[in-house]
Design a protein around this ligand. Structure first.
Ligand SMILES: [Zn+2]
Length: 360
């Protein structure tokens, strides 16, 4: 009898191991779809350039965000999309046959295997600290009964899935699962100086230790749920200071703060997303990031890489196209293959579509 039990346990153990291996292998292939796949099922190897777009947190209440007495309204207008625009952008990308792939698949160096006629797209979201209370952006991303919601203290209802990039993307994929055929989501480029996703978890947030601890517990659950959904993480630096104004000592301090306070929450990442895209790959200061384990650098713009960036053997530089008010107005032609920027422009912005001002 005892022997029978032992055999049964062994059989169950082997079955469990096999199941884990199958799930791991299947998960990796489907999420990234960059492995050598069976191309006889309508999937073909994609040979073209892979687009990478990004947004900041969204404006869901344009009346508050663009009110004349809101000191941030110029910044909101230049650097952000409204929730309505982001929804419309997803619709345009979908219509133009883009599907999400993950950054890990791209970095694997293998060509993506795409459903016939589809084009790969990487998406990333920057900042999302939610420290501009009641100015038209949400306050927090929350996990409620295992579901990801955006939360806004002053709004009714407080919990929705239609006011922020993560939740709108989730809602969109729910109704259009073929927009993410491999389970990929966005890369979340977070800071630390004021916590992440509205959770005040670092000493710089100036909250009580007790509050920071309970926030950290909640935040870890959220991060884990986001990872399960397919989101990946990048460092957008701890302090969000611009590269050209930082000394070597400040960059070292920044990296140490990231390692100490944010890495334990979001896990290891080798991606560093430069604030405002500012960087200099030729500078010895950039090597400080490398010494802290970063070897993939997210930049901003559509411009060609510098010779140093192109020929770099120890780092990869990836240029991302911003989607924000300025880009919608100025880059209509450049972005035409992705989206009709005039069609998605939110008319409740205080500036007309014809406004020609740039980022600075
Ligand atoms: Zn930023």
């Amino acid at each position: 009898m005892e022997r029978k039990v032992k055999i049964l346990v062994t059989v169950l153990y082997i079955a469990a191991c096999v199941a884990v291996i199958i799930i791991a292998a299947f998960g990796a292939v489907t999420r990234f779809a960059h492995a050598d796949g069976d191309k006889s099922d309508g999937h073909i190897e994609y040979d073209g350039a892979i687009e990478h777009i990004f947004t900041h947190e969204l404006i869901y209440d344009t009346e508050k965000a663009f009110a004349p007495n809101n000191k941030l309204r110029n910044c909101f207008d230049k650097d952000h999309l409204t929730a309505k625009e982001f929804k419309a952008l997803l619709g345009e990308l979908y219509k133009n046959d883009y599907v999400l792939v993950s950054i890990d698949g791209v970095l694997s160096g293998k060509k993506p295997i795409m459903p016939r006629g589809k084009k790969p797209l990487v998406m990333s979201f920057d900042d999302m600290t939610y420290d501009t209370t009641d100015r038209g952006c949400i306050d927090k991303i929350k996990l409620v009964d295992g579901v990801v919601y955006d939360f806004t203290e002053s709004a009714e209802p407080q919990l929705t899935r239609e006011r922020e990039n993560i939740t709108i993307l989730e809602s969109f994929i729910q109704t259009h699962p073929d927009f993410s055929p491999f389970g990929a989501r966005a890369t979340l480029c977070v800071n630390g100086y004021n916590g992440i996703f509205g959770y005040r978890i670092t000493p710089d947030c100036n909250v009580s230790e007790e509050y920071a601890e309970s926030e950290t517990r909640e935040c870890k659950k959220l991060v884990s749920a986001l990872k399960d959904l397919g989101y990946t993480f990048a460092s957008h630096t701890y302090y969000h200071k611009y590269f050209h104004s930082m000394s070597a000592r400040e960059i070292e301090k920044d990296c140490n703060a990231w390692d100490k306070y944010i890495k334990p929450i979001v896990g290891e990442t080798r991606i560093l997303c430069y604030p405002a895209g500012q960087h200099n790959a030729d500078s010895a200061r950039n090597d400080i990031f490398k010494a802290h384990g970063f070897n993939v650098f997210f930049c901003v713009g559509s411009s060609a890489m510098t010779e140093t960036e192109k020929n770099s053997v120890d780092a990869t530089y990836i240029y991302r196209k911003p989607f924000d008010g300025t880009a919608l107005r100025l880059y209509g032609k450049l972005y035409a293959h992705l989206a009709d920027t005039a069609a998605i422009y939110d008319k409740s912005r205080f500036r007309p579509f014809s406004y020609k001002g740039g980022y600075y």
